[in-house]
Design a protein around this ligand. Structure first.
Ligand code: C2E
Ligand code: CA
Ligand code: CA
Length: 594
């Protein structure tokens, strides 16, 4: 069996191979042109740029050869890298090192080989630039050998240029994320623990806004200013990387000075910037994450993700820098998992369902409507509260699909309970009402199922009203004209603008449960709640008290003049079949009582 010789500096050599040949799957036209030229110049059938890796050699460029890689053990170039000068073999059959090499005894039948090492500095060769023939040849003269060396040097310059491109961020000229990954893995290979700072200069959305509003050049110059400010805080020897459009990174071997460094960078980034004569305030955050060998060696993007996650939460800290905290991260990961699986839930049978919570009229106690509340049984996480996943979904395009799902499910329930005298209110978000899509779908689905729009109500929170008043108003008017009642949800928690409210075609105000709970009789809050109810009633809104949990609260809100009540004391949200049962039972009781 043949075994390739190993140079004494093999560890360092392999490190250089990794550093120089990050690009080894990207073919380079320049290298290809170079080997074609050398092949013609020397009049040989084959010329290759070969990189000798740990077990394999691979060809960064080749002419007259089909294989892309070869085992190192049969590689001629594995011998070339042992020396700094060209290695020439005039007749391989007569050379003890190669006479039994399968490339000599079999296809392609190598006889002649001359390779010039691809040198990094004086001592290390990462591979060779070689010419190969299947017939024996006379030795190259000095000028020809010098030419082969020149070809090898040119190949190294091309490889160096490629490496620069691969490792450089084009906008700033800094090293990029790939280089960071490379440097981290090299340090971990030496068992060197590290600390990574991810420096966010602003959230990605803010950058998009800047590009949209002020142009790409502005954003570019602003980024360069931020870069200069960060760089000015780095002590000699520390390298700044640009790892995403809004994010820089610094790699530290010494944890001792992390805190003062972060403070300096934050202070530098917080000073107002002047860019194209426009004053700009950056919104920076620094995440700090330790990187420890050997655990982090394998999963290169995990340490990066940790620092980036920490940077995100750091923006909400006073100091604007934060160590990676697994608990905070776990919450973010859970949020991501939820969002990632919501699309599947929408398509699945049975992960999503609706519960209905009865609303009763006061003082009669009769139920004429119910609120539809979404339920999600996640295959791994179990039941997930809508209070958790709705706010997440609202930030994504999935919310529209979710609202349509709820709407269709509600229409389905109404369809299967035709003849029963109750309406269902469904929760919608601002986005649902910003465009006609949702309302179009709602009205046409109702029409398709021949269900009176009077059996549907829409609820949404008042904070929503403030964002897109005109578009929203238009859709609400359409709903109202069709006979759909509109309710303002969680009333009293946000900013109550009565004048504005008067312009919204809503007919119901749902008093938030915090108001119902805190209003102990005789206290100031109770007076306040009572006057809110009076005012809303005078403005002709029906007032519904949410979150009624006790008989006492029910009596109280009834005495205050609320027209409806909803809450655990009356009934908890329940599956549709249970609700239908509940509804029929209470109707019978009412009839008996009446
Ligand atoms: P919401 O619209 O204010 O719904 C009322 C919430 O209060 C429900 O929580 C309900 O279970 C709960 N609740 C009812 N009575 C009581 C009570 O007496 N005491 C207490 N402590 N809580 C009571 P749920 O179902 O967890 O929903 C939370 C929120 O998620 C909803 O608040 C709503 O904002 C949102 N949501 C639920 N379903 C949907 C939906 O289909 N679409 C949209 N856009 N949002 C939804
Ligand atoms: Ca609601
Ligand atoms: Ca509510």
């Amino acid at each position: 069996m043949m075994v390739a010789p190993v140079p004494i500096n093999e560890q360092d050599r392999l490190a250089e191979v990794a550093e120089w040949c990050v690009l080894h799957h990207e073919p380079s036209t320049e290298l290809k042109a170079l080997v074609d030229l050398a092949r013609r110049y020397f009049g040989v059938p084959t010329c290759v740029v070969s990189i000798v890796g740990e077990c394999q050699q691979w060809f960064a460029a080749r002419a007259g050869l089909d294989a892309q890689t070869m085992p190192r053990d049969i590689s001629f170039c594995a011998h070339t890298i042992l020396q700094a000068q060209p290695m020439e073999v005039l007749d391989a059959t007569a050379d003890i090192r190669f006479a039994r090499n399968p490339l000599v005894t079999g296809e392609p039948g190598v006889r002649y080989y001359c390779g010039a090492p691809l040198m990094v500095g004086q001592r290390i060769a990462i591979g060779s630039f070689c010419i190969i023939d299947t017939t024996t040849r006379p030795p190259l003269d000095d000028a020809q050998k010098a030419m082969l060396v020149a070809f090898a040097e040119t190949a190294m310059q091309i490889i160096s240029g490629l490496r620069r491109n691969v490792f450089t961020d084009q906008d700033t000229g800094l090293f990029n994320r790939l280089k960071l990954e490379y440097d981290v893995s090299a340090a971990l290979g030496r068992w060197q623990p590290l600390t990574l700072l991810a420096v966010d200069i602003m959230p990605p959305e803010a950058l998009n806004d800047i590009i949209r509003g002020l142009g790409y050049n502005f954003a570019h110059d602003l980024t360069l200013q931020a870069m200069a400010r960060i760089a000015a805080q780095l002590d000699g020897g520390l390298c700044l990387y640009k790892i995403s459009p809004t994010r820089f990174a610094v790699l530290l071997e010494d944890v001792g000075n992390v805190q003062p460094l972060c403070q300096r960078i934050v202070a530098a980034l917080q000073a107002p910037a002047q860019c194209h004569q426009v004053p700009v305030l950056l919104d920076a955050g620094i995440g700090i994450a330790p990187i420890a060998p050997p655990a982090d060696e394998r999963n290169s993007l995990e340490w990066l993700r940790r620092a980036v996650a920490a940077a995100d939460s750091a923006r909400r800290n006073v100091g604007r820098y934060a160590w990676y905290v697994p608990e905070v991260d776990a919450a973010q990961r859970r949020a991501l998992l939820l969002l990632a699986s919501l699309g599947h839930a929408l398509l699945s049978e049975g992960e999503l369902s609706l519960h209905l919570q009865p609303r009763i009229e006061l003082p009669s106690g009769q139920c004429r409507s119910a609120e539809a509340l979404l339920r999600w049984h996640h295959p791994q996480l179990g039941n997930v509260s809508p209070a958790e996943f709705i706010p997440l979904a609202e930030k994504t395009a999935l919310m529209a699909s979710l609202s349509l799902w709820v709407m269709r499910a509600v229409v389905g329930i109404l369809d299967s309970t035709q003849g029963m005298d109750f309406s269902i209110s469904l929760n919608v978000t601002a986005r649902d009402l910003e465009s006609p899509t949702f309302m179009d779908a709602l009205l046409s689905t109702l029409q398709g199922a021949a269900i009176s729009p009077r059996r549907v109500q829409l609820e949404f929170t008042e904070s929503v009203l403030i964002e897109q008043p005109e578009a929203l108003q238009l859709q609400l008017q359409r709903a109202q004209q069709a006979g759909i009642d509109i309710a303002i949800d969680d009333f009293g928690t946000g900013y109550c603008n009565w004048v504005y409210l008067a312009r919204i075609p809503a007919s119901i105000v749902k008093l938030d449960r915090s108001l119902v709970h805190h209003a102990l009789p005789g206290c100031r809050e109770a007076l306040l709640v009572q006057s809110v109810i009076d005012l809303a009633s005078n403005l002709k809104y029906r007032v519904l008290a949410e979150g009624v949990e006790t008989a006492h609260q029910l009596a109280q809100v009834s005495a205050w003049g609320c027209a409806e009540a909803q809450g655990f004391h009356i009934a908890r949200p329940m599956p549709v079949a249970d609700f239908v049962q509940w509804f029929c039972n209470t109707r019978q009781i009412d009839q008996v009582a009446g």
